[in-house]
Design a protein around this ligand. Structure first.
Ligand code: ADP
Ligand code: MG
Length: 640
């Protein structure tokens, strides 16, 4: 199963599906039930006890109507002077039993819904919080659909384990005991007769149950395939690809093929399911026929009363339903537990990038950034992800660490300085930038801010000290104002506007029909690349960090917005330490220090004036690559 299972809505059995063809019991860790109890169920033990009580009371009342009917029938067949009174009392009794049963069931439903929803809430909160704190490496590897499915399907599956399955099990267990007990009271020999067909019954239920499960699993797998096709094709990028390559007919064929298989499996499982219930019904009818036949003979022989036999027949029908539910219970319990297991799997992922023991807050940062002999390799798949959240369920993740991307990188950016990183694509510039806000941790060496190793700082104070504008900034699907305030929730409208003026984006926003209330992001208003970057700059200005890391975009800047971005940058970088991946000569020439990065090493360093004169990579890049190399350098730098 791949990308998207979230589109399924509530299908808790998905847990089973993703485990592949093996039965869930193969992989369930020991102590799972205990852990479920300790971590999630115990807080609700009082309500769970009440639920059990409600279920018990409800189930215990199951045989009562049959026993009351026995008295009516016996009274009618004896025709004693008492008969009328017995029948009256019995009628009232039947109504009373029904009323009490209804109330108890309502109470039981309320309790199980309450516990269930509370459990879903607890699990969701835990998973959301945990996933949020995972390092970036986790998100670069994980399939969003699979992750969302954990938050939806598995959480609901886990809840079903606790209230649904647990409830059904308790209910049916008690029912069987009470009903069979009542049967024994009425007639031991008849009860033994009924129970003698039980093995046959269990075998049938098990066999068909297994067949049904296999079909369900197959159908969910196929459904998942189908929805993967849809989600991949129906997002903007996918739809565009299909159109540009002119493949709608092939796409249709592929889709219909999958949809047909879904239909096929649907028919098969409907028939098998029906067959099962038909056979059960048939067996039940035969059983009742035998009971009446044997029972009537016992009545004629004087061993039983007419009422006994009638009541017994009623009880037999009441015993079959819980019995068949119980035969499938082990599979259901395991299926539900798999969901818990899958939720725990996520909750157990370590948080390698978190606050260290005794982490200190960085207060009033000056913004000195030091790289001290930093080497870095991206973490291996096994270190950063979960096999079941990647492509398939059976995959084993590669544990070999990635190639070393940075080697022995050292430099000092004094507070307030601008350091430009230049170099060919793939050299490691973005990687260097990602180490400052701890998107990743170094493999060797250290990154320091104001003398503190970033790993010794609290993540929140580090995040406050470092602002990042990436090449393709993300905006939430929300208004411009809300997006900007994400940087500083307390910012006033005036603050927001001031930041936008400084970032040279205010006029663009003010000209929009809804101004700052225009919805942007995912499916909102489309800003151009340059506008988006300036908005991201405004967002960072609002946060006002001591250190700015900037992946300067050039590709999508037209010349007008380039001028605007230049001015915005001048504001943004003033009075702050900045690390800029620069492509424009104007930015580079203005930098206090230029680091030329190639193959993960700093191969040259110095100012523009120094570097351009010495032979080497920089001089070469200067001649061939810098976007505005043909233009005279900004007079502000006075470098050339
Ligand atoms: N998330 C990642 N996982 C593994 N390798 C990566 C990742 N991101 C980048 N790389 C690799 O690291 C090297 C440096 O990439 P990057 O820092 O993005 O270069 P630059 O920004 O200089 O173009 C490249 O070889 C790239 O393939
Ligand atoms: Mg890059």
């Amino acid at each position: 199963m791949s990308a998207f299972s979230g589109g399924h809505g509530m299908m808790p059995q998905l847990g089973l599906v993703r485990r592949g063809a093996t039965m869930p019991s193969d992989r369930l860790p020991r102590g799972l039930v205990r852990r479920v109890w300790v971590e999630f169920a115990r807080p609700y033990r009082r309500r769970l006890a009440l639920l059990l009580l409600a279920i018990g009371v409800g189930a215990a009342m199951t045989p009562l109507p049959a026993l009351i009917v026995k008295h009516i029938v016996d009274a009618l067949s004896q025709r004693s002077p008492d008969t009328a009174r017995v029948v009256n009392v019995a009628a009232v009794g039947l109504i009373a039993v029904a009323a009490v049963t209804a109330l108890v069931q309502l109470w039981e439903r309320y309790l199980s819904a309450w516990i269930g929803e509370q459990l879903i809430l607890d699990l969701r909160r835990a998973v959301f919080d945990h996933v949020q704190r995972m390092p970036l490496a986790f998100f670069t590897r994980t399939q969003t659909g699979a992750l969302i499915s954990r938050l939806n399907n598995d959480v609901i599956g886990a809840q079903r384990a606790l209230t649904g399955t647990f409830g059904t099990l308790a209910q049916n267990g008690i029912r069987v005991v009470v009903v069979v007990g009542a049967m024994f009271v009425l007639s031991v020999s008849l009860t033994l007769l009924v129970l003698s067909v039980l093995p046959l019954f269990v075998v049938l239920a098990k066999g068909v149950g297994r067949r049904l499960q296999a079909l369900t699993r197959e159908s969910m797998q196929l459904n998942a395939d189908m929805s993967t096709v849809m989600t991949e094709r129906f997002n903007v990028a996918g739809a565009l690809l299909v159109k540009l390559f002119g493949r709608p007919a092939e796409e249709n064929r592929g889709f219909v093929e999958r949809a047909e298989r879904v239909a096929d499996v649907g028919i098969r499982s409907a028939v098998v399911g029906r067959l099962f219930f038909t056979l059960l019904g048939l067996m039940g009818s035969v059983g009742i026929a035998v009971v009446y036949w044997v029972g009537s003979r016992l009545v004629l022989g004087g061993a039983l009363s007419t009422g006994d036999v009638v009541a017994f027949g009623l009880l037999v029908t009441q015993a079959y339903a819980p019995l068949s539910a119980l035969t499938n219970a082990p599979v259901e319990v395991l299926t539900a537990l798999v969901s818990f297991d899958r939720v725990f799997e996520v909750l157990d992922l370590p948080h390698p990038i978190g606050d260290a023991e005794g982490a200190v807050r960085l207060v009033r940062p000056r913004g000195e950034v030091v790289f001290d002999r930093v080497s870095f390799a991206y973490p291996s798949a096994a270190d950063s992800s979960l096999a079941s959240l990647e492509r398939g369920w059976s995959e084993v993740l590669d544990a070999s660490p990635g190639a070393t991307v940075l080697r022995d990188v050292s430099f000092v950016a004094d507070a307030g300085q601008t350091v430009a990183l230049v170099g060919p694509s793939g050299a490691g510039k973005s990687t260097i930038c990602s180490l400052v806000p701890r998107l990743y941790d170094v493999s060797h060496g250290a990154v320091r801010i104001d003398g503190h190793d970033v790993r010794d700082l609290t993540l929140s104070s580090l995040a406050a000290a470092v602002g990042v504008v990436s090449q393709d900034p993300h905006l939430f699907h929300d208004t411009i104002r809300t997006n900007l305030r994400y940087a500083r929730p307390g910012a006033s409208d005036a603050d927001v506007e001031a930041a936008c003026r400084a970032a040279q984006i205010h006029d663009v926003i003010a000209a929009l029909p809804d101004g700052y209330d225009t919805v942007v992001g995912e499916r909102g208003y489309r800003l151009s690349g340059g506008e988006k970057q300036r908005l991201a700059l405004a967002r960072v200005l609002l946060k006002d960090p001591a250190v700015i890391v900037l992946d300067e975009a050039t590709a999508h800047l037209d010349s007008e917005s380039e001028v605007a971005v230049q001015r915005a940058l001048a504001t943004a970088l003033a009075r702050r330490t900045s690390l800029v991946i620069a492509h424009r000569l104007s930015t580079i020439a203005r930098a206090d220090q230029i680091l030329v990065v190639a193959g993960g090493r700093v191969v040259q360093r110095g100012t523009h004036a120094e570097l351009v004169r010495s032979p080497g990579l920089y001089a070469e890049l200067y001649r061939t690559q810098f976007a505005d190399a043909s233009r005279p350098v900004d007079e502000a730098s006075g470098a050339v």
